[in-house]
Ligand binder design. Structure first.
Ligand code: DX5
Ligand code: ZN
Length: 216
């Protein structure tokens, strides 16, 4: 069964403890934490102290998505804060291989994210060194955007490459995912879906997560 990773970005920050308890008790697999620096993306979200606080209340894996420049400066801090997996953007990392080594040496799972315009070939030579590829299906920076349909072709292309080169690598997809497009994304070859608004902007997030799990 595929993984569902609710994005905390869309949750009510005044009730983070309740949100964590809700996710702990739900069928969600991971907590997806979106870190934005106002430089790599045109928005600032939250940082290390919030990750630390969530770690205290969360009983599931913290999937930390760094939408920041110079992520190498903060890998150790995010590890200390409780990240289980760290994903960096290929567009923010001229020395991507070194950054991946840094994440792996810290004992964490390593992911690489691709913006919608970035071709799959950019990560071909690093596929066997990572645990996950994160395909952005919106332009990173904001929750609540519309899924870019071309992403489905990209997932299919990546699935073929991964099956050939590194079959254990997971494909995570992030942005504009809802109960209507989830099945198509999984059929294209994804293993993990991030969803923010589709989960937290419903009256019953627990039931929505369950519906996601049933579909995928
Ligand atoms: C976008 C973030 C996403 C976002 C998804 O930059 O990386 O994780 O929170 O939110 P929705 O599901 O609302 O598109
Ligand atoms: Zn994200």
């Amino acid at each position: 069964m595929a993984i569902v990773a609710p994005s905390i970005l869309a949750a009510n920050f005044l009730q983070l403890q309740d949100v964590c308890q809700l996710l702990n008790a739900s069928k969600a697999d991971w907590f997806h934490l979106d870190i934005m620096d106002g430089r790599f993306v045109p928005n600032i979200s939250f940082g290390i102290p919030i990750v630390e606080a969530i770690k205290k209340a969360a009983s599931k894996m913290l999937d930390v998505h760094l939408m920041i420049e110079e992520p190498e400066k903060y890998i150790d801090d995010f590890k200390k804060a409780g990240a289980d997996s760290i994903t960096v953007h290929v567009e923010a990392c001229p020395h991507l291989h070194r950054n991946i080594q840094q994440i792996k040496n810290a004992g964490l799972k390593a992911g690489v994210a691709l913006n919608p315009h970035t071709p799959i070939c950019m990560i071909e030579n690093i596929l066997s060194d990572i645990d996950m590829v994160l395909i952005m299906s919106v332009n990173p920076g904001f929750g609540g955007q519309t899924f870019i349909p071309h992403t489905l072709h990209k997932i299919k292309e990546l699935r073929k490459k991964i099956d050939k080169i590194a079959p254990d690598v997971l494909i995570e997809v992030d942005g504009g995912i809802n109960l209507n497009n989830a099945a198509a994304i999984i059929h294209s070859g994804a293993n993990a879906l991030v969803a923010g608004s589709a989960i937290f902007q419903t009256t019953n997030p627990t039931a929505t997560i369950e519906q996601f799990k049933m579909i995928i």
